[in-house]
Structure formats: structure tokens, C-alpha cells
Design a protein around this ligand. Structure first.
Ligand code: IPE
Ligand code: IPE
Ligand code: MG
Length: 250
């Protein structure tokens, strides 16, 4: 009789691409009688923790929702602190990402950010562009509807310039122009903070993602919480429209 020497955990189905709606910073801070901004600052530690967790577990791509296209509607002071924090983290953390062979990119409509921030983003992306490890995408001024509309606009322009036939406007060609098209399909979408909604995040990309919702507020989300989320993925049966029997007999 042959016995397998492979440890059980090696057989685990690890999601290739994980995205997180990092929610609950404000409530975390307010529960301690502190300002919402304190929560955003504390949330940076959780970002470090999940990046570490993703690398450890062999996730290939991690996409984090940092600022939505709707978040501009928040009080001016909060938005301003978030921008400063973004700038600070970029300048402070990117070297470490680079050292860890992480490829860093920002997705979203960057044109609304200050020139200084745009430059810092471009510099960080450039520095890490040749890296072959984890791909870390930060969604900033990102909206799922914007993403799809933007892809549609690119295709429309190609049709207008006779570079693309109208019949070639389809799911595949539109997909090519959405954000993250170059990465593995989104496998797992995590939302912290206890709400059960997508808040205009990866609408196109989440078509067949598994969802994981947790009450844990973002600043309390750590490596072990991340591991827990990854572990539940292994128990999901992904049918992609087929029957359970078809999947079991594969
Ligand atoms: C998520 O935390 C961070 C951003 C949206 C920038 P929130 O700031 O939304 O925290 P809550 O949901 O108000 O607790
Ligand atoms: C979603 O959180 C955006 C980010 C986490 C960056 P929000 O707190 O903005 O979502 P809503 O407003 O509760 O839907
Ligand atoms: Mg929120």
C-alpha cells in the first residue's frame, strides 16, 4: 500500500486572485472614542498583514479597495487625510514591497489626484514593474461602473477609427480593456466591517468570485483572519453554471 506523504494543507485549493473591501475603519475608531482618521491609520497595519498572508499562502494577486469613486463625498478633512496617508504609505512602503519582489499598481481614475500623488504612483509602479512575485493592486478613485464604461469607451473609439469591427465588440474584447484583465480571474472577494454589499467595487471581475463577509472591522483584520478566509475558499464548490454532479465527476 502506498501512503501519500503530502501534508493535507498542500492539497488545499488556494485562490489565485483575492480582493478585499477594507471596510470598518471609522467604526473601529469611533468605538474607542477616537477620530475616524485614527481608524484609517490603524488600517495600514492590516494592509501589511494581508500582503504578508497572501505571499505566505501562495496567492498570486491581491487587490485592495482603498478609496471608491463615491468616497469623495465624505467630509473634506477626511478625504484630505486619506490622500496624505496614501502619499505617506507610498513613499514609505514601496521599497519594502520591491524588496519582496511584489509588483505594485494602482487601478482607478488617477486624473483626479494631485500631480504629486500621480507622480509618486507612477514612480512606485515603475520601480516594481519587473517584479515576478505577488501582484498588489490598490483601487483608488475606483468604481466598477467607471471601469466598464471606460472599457466601452476604448472599444467605441476603436470602432470609430475603423480599428475594430462592430461585431468584435463582445465580452472578450471588452474584458481586455477592464482593469486587472492581465491577472488571473478573481476567485475570492472579502468584505470586512459587517455589510453585505459590493459598493461599486469589481462589478465585472466578480461575476464568478466567491464572497466572504466578516463582521471584523478592517483594523482588526490580521494574518490569521486572512488565513481563515482563504481556508473557507477550499470548501466552496464552484459550479460555473454546471450541476454539482458534473463538477464531482470531473
Ligand atoms: C473603509 O472604512 C475605508 C474607506 C472607505 C476609505 P470606512 O471609513 O468606510 O469605515 P466605516 O465603514 O465608516 O466604519
Ligand atoms: C467601500 O466602503 C469602499 C472602500 C472600502 C474603499 P464604503 O464604506 O465607502 O462603502 P459604503 O458607503 O458603506 O457602501
Ligand atoms: Mg465604510
Amino acid at each position: 500500500m502506498t501512503t501519500s506523504t503530502t501534508p493535507e494543507c498542500d492539497d488545499k485549493n488556494i485562490p489565485k486572485h483575492v480582493a478585499i473591501i477594507m471596510d470598518g475603519n471609522g467604526r473601529w475608531a469611533q468605538a474607542q472614542g477616537k477620530s475616524r482618521v485614527t481608524g484609517h491609520k490603524a488600517g495600514v497595519d492590516s494592509v501589511r498583514a494581508v500582503v504578508k498572508g497572501a505571499r505566505k499562502s501562495g496567492v498570486e494577486a491581491l487587490t485592495l479597495f482603498a478609496f471608491s469613486s463615491e468616497n469623495w463625498q465624505r467630509p473634506e478633512q477626511e478625504v484630505s487625510v486619506l490622500m496624505d496617508l496614501f502619499m505617506y504609505v507610498l513613499t514609505k512602503e514601496v521599497k519594502r514591497l520591491h524588496k519582496n519582489n511584489i509588483r505594485f499598481q494602482v487601478i482607478g481614475d488617477l486624473s483626479r489626484f494631485s500631480e504629486k500623488l500621480q507622480k509618486s504612483i507612477a514612480k512606485s509602479e515603475q520601480l516594481t514593474s519587473e517584479n515576478t512575485g505577488l501582484v498588489l493592486s490598490i483601487a483608488a478613485n475606483y468604481g466598477g461602473r467607471w471601469d466598464i464604461a471606460n472599457a466601452a469607451k476604448t472599444l467605441a473609439n476603436q470602432v470609430k477609427n475603423n480599428e475594430l469591427a462592430l461585431d468584435d465588440v463582445n465580452e472578450n474584447s471588452l474584458h481586455e480593456h477592464t482593469c486587472l484583465a492581465q491577472l488571473p480571474p478573481l476567485d475570492l472577494l472579502i468584505r470586512t466591517g459587517g455589510d453585505f454589499r459590493i459598493s461599486n467595487f469589481l462589478l465585472w471581475q466578480a461575476a464568478y468570485a466567491e464572497f466572504y463577509f466578516t463582521e471584523v472591522l478592517w483594523p482588526d483584520f490580521n494574518e490569521s483572519e486572512f488565513e481563515q478566509a482563504i481556508n473557507t475558499f477550499d470548501q466552496r464548490e464552484r459550479r460555473f453554471g454546471k450541476t454539482g454532479e458534473q463538477i464531482a465527476n470531473k
